[in-house]
Design a protein around this ligand. Structure first.
Ligand code: BEZ
Ligand code: FE
Length: 294
């Protein structure tokens, strides 16, 4: 559709009028954000020549996103995740620093009071799945070991569900531990499997309408914090997981975070003498933390 000069002027005048309405905003950052948001929203409406019916549909969609959101279900964050806005915000705020480990999306399944385990302990707490021995070091960007870093880990079980998605109050497949005096850490977790993000709401309908899968590439979540270093929120992904190629529904995969989960045949002795009936896997993940100020 072409727009006449007169029509273009009507549209531009409106945008200018709205932008000017923020002239009196005292907080300069708020002013910058409101002006930019207005500019982009107006450009979007004008670029796609949004119909009134489409505007109503959009409002209705956002209303549904609001209605399904409560203290346990955050559909707005899910919308941000599936549109890549969460990962873009992470990219903007976690600029690459030397060899520091890359960050990725936080997700909705972190729980504050996960149990403490010792190095070599089992964070599965009975959750179903193939046992996986995870070990590595925590260092700063100069390669110095970081002792006593707090390492939070969480993941879904073999059925693709986090403990908080069951209604029996279980706590499993999550824990926190601390790196030892040499910056080493190790624990038993589960070999991650792909699972769908919650897709029974408006975000799921959106994914379906555009022919996208709700599946996330298999991953294990980490949040690592230590004094004077930038807190790292990340995952490790499983090398060879076909979902990495097919696409992660929240765009969280980064090449540097794909790790080998080396398969061990049944009967292979484990690193800390744990007896395991079937097969197990072994994975190394060395964590490098950027300075807090980087
Ligand atoms: C997750 O990995 O736990 C997750 C991340 C984004 C949206 C939904 C789930
Ligand atoms: Fe997850």
């Amino acid at each position: 559709m072409t727009t006449s000069d007169t029509q273009r002027q009507v549209e531009e005048t409106l945008t200018d009028e709205v932008l000017a309405s923020f002239d009196g905003t005292e907080n300069p950052r708020l002013k910058e954000i409101m002006r930019s948001l207005t500019t982009h929203l107006h450009e979007f409406v004008r670029e796609v020549r949004l119909t009134e019916e489409e505007w109503s549909y959009g409002i209705d969609f956002l209303t549904k996103v609001g209605h399904i959101t409560d203290e346990n279900r955050q559909e707005f964050v899910l919308l941000s995740d599936t549109l890549g806005v969460s990962m873009q915000t992470i990219a903007v705020n976690n600029e690459a620093y030397e060899d520091a480990t890359e960050a990725t999306v936080f997700g909705p399944f972190f729980v504050e009071d996960a149990p403490k385990i010792e190095n070599g302990g089992d964070m599965a707490f009975g959750a179903k799945g193939q046992p996986a021995w995870i070990e590595g070091t925590v260092t700063d960007a100069e390669g110095n070991p970081v002792p006593n870093a707090r390492i939070e880990v969480w993941e879904c079980d073999e059925d693709g569900l986090y403990d908080v998605q069951y209604d029996d109050g279980r706590r499993a497949s999550r824990a926190h531990l601390f790196s030892d005096g040499n910056g080493n850490y190790s624990f038993w977790g589960l070999t991650p499997v792909p699972y769908p993000i919650p897709d029974d709401g408006p975000v799921g309908q959106m994914l379906n309408a555009v022919g996208r899968s709700p599946l996330r590439a298999a991953h294990l979540h980490f949040m690592v914090s230590a004094e004077n270093l930038r807190t790292l929120v990340t995952h490790i992904f499983v090398q060879g997981d076909p979902q990495i190629e097919k696409g992660d529904s929240v765009f969280g995969v980064k090449e540097s975070l794909i790790k080998e989960f080396e398969q061990q045949a049944p009967g292979t002795p484990t690193p800390n003498g744990r007896e395991i009936d079937g097969s197990w896997a072994k994975c190394r993940f060395d964590i490098v933390l950027a300075p807090e100020t980087a």
